[in-house]
Design a protein around this ligand. Structure first.
Ligand code: NOJ
Length: 884
C-alpha cells in the first residue's frame, strides 16, 4: 500500500488536473505482485559541495533576491512552442536574466541552420578515444553557446542499449556501462567547458520506445492508460543503468532529464526513490532535474519527489494549463510544497548556470526552432509577436574537420582478407546501394530525419539535427577515384538488380556495397518501425543485395551504417566478401570519413561498442512489443539483470560473430608484460552524519492578492504559462472543485520536512562516496606494433569480479594509443575502488567481495592474452582493507 500512498501523496491538495492523473495512476499499483518503488522524502537540498562552492554562492546571492513568483517562473516552462527553443523557462527581467533556452540534440543544434551534425554518441564510443569524446562535446557545446542556448539536451546514457533493437540506442554510447560512463563524463566536461549546461538523459531505464507514453501508444494502436514500467532490481540499477549517470554527476553535469517511462511502477519524473534517494542523496547531484517533454504527471507530488523544472511547462502541448506555474505558486502558499523546496529547485537551476560561466547578461537567443524564416513569431504556439527571429548565425568554425576525423576514427574494420584494404589506386571501383547516395528529397527532406532515404548519417527523432551539408560516400569516393585515375560507377538503387549484376560481374571490379539499418524516437514511425527496430536485419533488402553482389564479385566490400548491430550471419564469412566495415552514424562528413579509412589515410583502430551476435535471441533481453497488463502500464521485467550484450552471450557460452571491443587495423600488435601495482589506498569509509537544515532564501507574503496577474498593461499571451494566480480565492485559483478537502494524511512522511537528514553511507559527494573513486591498482602492459604501418591500438582491461552472480568479465579500462611500426608503447590504466566493487543491497553500499578477482588485458573482450589474479598481488590485503 505504500506505493499507493506515494501516488496519492499531495495530489489532493492540488488541482483537478492532478486529480485526473491520480485516478489513472491507481490502476497500476493495485496489483500487489507488481514491482514497487518505495517513497523517499524529503527531497535533498543541494549544498554547493566541492567545486560547486563558488557558483553556489553566486546563485544564493541571486536567488535570495527573487520573489516567489520569480522563483516559480524559473522552474516552469512557458509552454510548447511558447518561445524559440524546444523549451524555455520564464525570465527575471528585473535582474537582467533572460529566459533560459533548452535545446536538443546530442548530435548538434536541432532545428537550427548553419550548425554542424556530429556523429552519434554510439559512433564516437567506437573510437574508444577519450580525447575525441571530449573534443566532440566541446565543439558541440560551442555551437549551442553561439546560438544562445543555455542547456544542451545531451549526452544520453538512457537508453544504454538493453536490447539491440532499442530505437534510441545510438543517441547513447554503448550497452557497456563503463564505456558509456566514460562517454558521459568526457561529453559533459566538453559541453560545459564550452559554456553551456549539459543535460544527461533520460533518467532512467528508458530502454525502449514502445509504450513510453500512453497517448503515443494509442496513436499506433494500443489502448493503454499509463506508460510502460521498466522493472529493475537494486543491483542492476546500480551496477548497470545508474553507473554512467554517476560518471556524469562526478563530471559535474548541471542537469538531468527524467524519463517518460515508469520505473518499478512510479513515473520517472515523480519517482522519489530514484530522484531523491538515489540521484540527489546517494550520487550527491548538485544540478536540476528537468522533465522530459510532457513526462510530468502531477504538481506538488512531482516537486516533492525531486523534479526541479517542468518541460515544456504545459500539462500537454498547448493546453495553456500547467501542473506548476500558478499551481506551484499556490502549492507553496498552501504548504503542500515547502518554500525551502522551491528555493532548492531554483538554486539547483541557477548554480549550474553560474558554474558553466553563464552570466546575467547573456546575448539573446538568435534562432527559432519553429521556422527558418528570418521574420516570424516569438510565440510560435499562437503566432504572436512577429519580429526578426532568425539571425542565421554560422556557428560551425572548422568542426567539419573534427567530424571527419571522428567518423574515420570510429569506423570499425570487422573483416579484411587478402589485404583487400586499404585500397591503392584500384583500377575499377563499383559503388552499390542507396546508402551510398543522397536522399532524393535533400539531406533534410524528412522532418527530424524521419525516413531512411539515401545514406544514413544521422538517425531519426529529437536526437537529430539539420544538415548544413552532407558529404555522401558516393561523392567522396568518386572524387578519390578521379584523383587516382580509377574507373568509377555507382548504382544507388538497391533494386536495380540487373544493372547491378551486369556491373559488379565485370573484370577488376572492387565493389563497395553500402547498406543500413535505421531507428529512432517513438513519435515517428518509419516503415512500420515505431522507433524501435522491428528486426535486426538490414533495411531495403540490404542482406539480399550483399548476397547478390558477392555471388558475382570476388572482391566485395561491405559498409554498414546502422544504429546498432545487425544480423550478419548469413553472409559475413562468404569468401567473396573480403572486407566489412561498420561506420555507425558518422554525421555530415560521412563520405570523407569512410574514404579516409578505405584508402588508408586513417589506419582503423575503432572497436565495436556492442556485440554482433549470431541471433537476436542471443542478446537475452528484447523489446516488449505488446502490452501485457491490459490497459494498465505494460510491465517490462528486466529479469536478465546486468547480463546484457556481451555479458549475456558469455553467460550462455554463445560465440559472437564479432565480439564487443573487436576491431582490426592495417597493422598488427603484440601484448606483453602485464604489471599490477597496488596504490595502497586507505580504507573505504562509509559516509556518516547529518545534513544541515534546508536553507530558506527570502520571505514571501501569504496574501493571495500579491500573486495576481499584473494589471492590464502587462501583455498576456494565449497559452503561455505564467506563475500568477487568476483568482484571489485559493479554491478558485486551483480550478479544483475539491480543493482543500483531501486531508493531510495523504502526505508521505517527511515530504515537506526541512530538518537535518541522515547522510547515506554510499553518498557524501557528487558521484557518490568519494572513496569509490580512489585508485586501488595501476595496471600496465606493453604493446608493440609488429606490422609495417604506423597505427593506433585500443588495449582494453577486463575484470572478473569472481562471484557466482558476476559476469565472466566486465570492461574496466581502455586507452587508444598511437604506435609507429616496430615501436612499443605502454598501456596504463587505473582500477578505482568502484571498479572492483559490487552493490550490496543489504548494506546499501558498495563492497569488494572476497571472491577471487582477475585482471585481463588484450585487444577485445575475446582476445585477452594477458591475465593476472589480483590475489597473487593482494587479495588478502584487499579483503582486509576494502570489505566491511
Ligand atoms: C522528447 C525526447 O525524449 C527528449 O530526448 C527531447 O530532449 C525532448 N523530447 C525535447 O525535444
Amino acid at each position: 500500500m505504500q506505493g499507493l500512498l506515494e501516488l496519492f501523496a499531495l495530489v489532493g491538495q492540488m488541482t483537478g488536473l492532478n486529480r485526473e492523473s491520480l485516478t489513472s495512476d491507481q490502476t497500476t499499483p493495485s496489483n500487489a505482485s507488481l514491482a514497487y518503488s518505495p517513497p523517499f522524502y524529503p527531497s535533498p537540498w543541494m549544498t554547493g559541495t566541492g567545486d560547486w562552492a563558488e557558483a553556489y554562492q553566486q546563485a544564493r546571492d541571486f536567488v535570495s533576491q527573487l520573489t516567489l513568483l520569480e522563483k516559480v517562473n524559473l522552474t516552469t516552462g512557458v509552454g510548447w512552442e511558447g518561445e524559440q527553443c524546444v523549451g524555455n523557462v520564464g525570465s527575471v527581467p528585473r535582474l537582467g536574466l533572460r529566459s533560459l533556452c533548452m535545446q536538443d540534440s546530442p548530435v548538434g543544434v536541432r532545428f537550427a541552420d548553419y550548425s554542424s551534425v556530429f556523429s552519434s554518441g554510439q559512433t564516437v564510443a567506437a573510437t574508444f578515444d577519450r580525447g575525441l569524446m571530449y573534443a566532440r562535446g566541446y565543439a558541440m557545446g560551442s555551437e549551442f553557446k553561439d546560438k544562445g542556448v543555455s542547456v544542451m539536451l545531451g549526452p544520453v546514457a538512457g537508453p544504454i542499449g538493453r536490447s539491440p533493437a532499442g530505437g534510441r540506442n545510438w543517441e547513447g554510447f554503448s550497452p557497456d556501462p563503463y564505456l558509456t560512463g566514460v562517454g558521459m563524463a568526457e561529453s559533459v566536461r566538453g559541453i560545459q567547458d564550452a559554456g553551456v549546461i549539459a543535460c544527461a538523459k533520460h533518467f532512467i531505464a528508458n530502454e525502449q520506445e514502445h509504450f513510453r507514453q500512453a497517448p503515443e501508444a494509442i496513436g499506433y494502436g494500443f489502448n493503454i492508460t499509463e506508460s510502460i514500467s521498466e522493472n529493475v532490481d537494486d543491483v542492476t540499477m546500480h551496477e548497470l543503468y545508474l553507473w554512467p549517470f554517476a560518471d556524469a554527476v562526478k563530471a559535474g553535469v548541471g542537469s538531468i532529464m527524467c524519463s517518460y517511462n515508469q520505473i518499478n511502477n512510479s513515473y520517472g519524473c515523480q519517482n522519489s526513490k530514484l530522484l531523491n534517494n538515489v540521484l540527489k542523496d546517494e550520487l550527491g547531484f548538485q544540478g536540476f532535474v528537468m522533465s522530459d517533454w510532457q513526462a510530468q504527471h502531477t504538481g506538488a507530488a512531482s516537486a516533492n519527489a525531486g523534479l526541479d523544472m517542468t518541460m515544456p511547462g504545459d500539462t500537454s502541448f498547448n493546453t495553456g494549463y500547467s501542473y506548476w506555474g500558478s499551481n506551484l505558486t499556490l502549492a507553496v502558499l498552501n504548504g503542500t510544497v515547502a518554500p525551502a523546496r522551491l528555493d532548492d529547485m531554483v538554486m539547483r537551476i541557477m548554480t549550474p548556470y553560474f558554474y558553466v560561466g553563464l552570466t546575467l547578461d547573456e546575448p539573446e537567443i538568435n534562432f527559432s526552432s519553429w521556422t527558418k524564416d528570418t521574420i516570424g513569431p516569438l510565440h510560435a504556439s499562437v503566432g504572436a509577436d512577429i519580429q526578426q527571429i532568425n539571425y542565421h548565425v554560422d556557428v560551425r568554425r572548422d568542426h567539419g574537420a573534427l567530424i571527419r576525423n571522428i567518423g574515420a576514427r570510429a569506423t570499425v574494420l570487422l573483416k579484411n582478407t587478402n589485404n583487400t584494404l586499404p585500397l591503392d589506386r584500384p583500377k575499377f571501383v563499383a559503388v552499390i546501394g542507396e546508402d551510398a547516395g543522397p536522399n532524393p528529397w535533400g539531406p533534410n527532406g524528412c522532418a527530424d530525419r524521419g525516413c531512411d532515404n539515401g545514406t544514413l548519417a544521422a538517425a531519426w527523432g529529437s536526437g537529430s539535427a539539420d544538415f548544413t551539408y552532407l558529404v555522401t560516400p558516393d561523392s567522396a569516393l568518386q572524387a578519390q577515384a578521379l584523383q587516382d585515375g580509377s574507373r568509377y560507377e555507382s548504382i544507388l538503387d538497391n533494386y536495380a538488380t540487373s544493372q547491378i549484376s551486369a556491373l559488379v560481374s565485370q573484370a577488376n571490379a572492387t565493389t563497395i556495397v553500402f547498406v543500413n539499418a535505421d531507428s529512432g524516437e517513438g513519435y515517428i514511425s518509419v516503415d512500420g518501425n515505431e522507433g524501435d527496430r522491428n528486426n535486426l536485419t538490414l533495411w531495403h533488402s540490404g542482406d539480399a543485395l550483399i548476397q547478390n553482389v558477392s555471388a558475382l564479385c570476388p572482391n566485395t566490400i561491405v559498409v554498414i551504417h546502422s544504429t546498432g548491430p545487425t544480423l550478419v550471419g548469413d553472409w559475413y564469412d562468404n569468401e567473396n566478401i573480403t572486407a566489412i566495415l561498420w561506420a555507425g552514424l558518422p554525421g555530415q562528413e560521412s563520405g570523407n570519413s569512410i574514404t579516409d579509412v578505405l584508402y588508408g589515410k586513417v589506419n582503423p583502430a575503432a572497436r565495436t561498442p556492442f556485440t554482433w551476435a549470431p541471433t537476436r535471441e542471443s542478446y537475452g533481453a528484447d523489446i516488449l512489443y505488446e502490452p501485457n497488463n491490459g490497459e494498465g502500464a505494460p510491465q517490462n521485467n528486466f529479469t536478465e539483470g546486468i547480463f546484457i550484450d556481451y555479458r549475456a552471450l558469455d553467460r550462455t557460452n554463445t560465440t559472437p560473430i564479432y565480439e564487443f571491443g573487436f576491431g582490426l587495423s592495417y597493422t598488427t600488435f603484440e601484448y606483453s608484460d602485464l604489471t599490477i601495482t597496488s596504490a595502497n589506498a586507505s580504507a573505504y569509509v562509509p559516509t556518516t552524519g547529518m545534513t544541515s537544515a534546508a536553507p530558506v532564501l527570502g520571505n514571501y507574503s501569504t496574501n493571495l492578492n500579491d500573486y495576481q496577474f499584473p494589471n492590464s498593461s502587462f501583455p498576456y499571451v494565449e497559452q503561455y504559462i505564467y506563475p500568477y494566480l487568476n483568482a484571489t480565492n485559493a479554491s478558485a485559483a486551483s480550478m479544483d472543485p475539491n480543493y482543500g478537502q483531501t486531508a493531510d494524511q495523504f502526505m508521505p512522511p517527511n515530504a515537506t520536512s526541512t530538518a537535518p537528514q541522515p547522510l547515506l553511507a554510499a553518498g557524501g559527494a557528487p558521484g557518490g562516496n568519494p572513496a569509490l573513486w580512489d585508485v586501488l591498482y595501476t595496471v600496465t602492459a606493453t604493446i608493440r606494433n609488429t606490422g609495417d604501418r604506423n597505427g593506433e591500438e585500443v588495449p582494453q582491461l577486463y575484470l572478473s569480479l569472481g562471484g557466482p552472480n558476476d559476469p565472466r568479465i566486465i570492461l574496466r579500462g581502455f586507452d587508444r594509443l598511437s604506435i609507429d611500426a616496430g615501436e612499443s608503447a605502454t598501456f596504463t590504466t587505473n582500477l578505482l575502488r568502484r571498479d572492483l566493487s559490487n552493490w550490496d543491497t543489504v548494506q546499501q553500499n558498495w563492497v569488494i567481495t572476497d571472491y577471487p578477482k582477475t585482471v585481463y588485458v588484450g585487444s577485445s573482450s575475446k582476445n585477452l592474452p594477458l591475465s593476472q589474479s589480483l590475489s597473487g598481488n593482494s587479495t588478502s590485503t584487499l579483503r582486509r582493507r576494502f570489505s566491511h
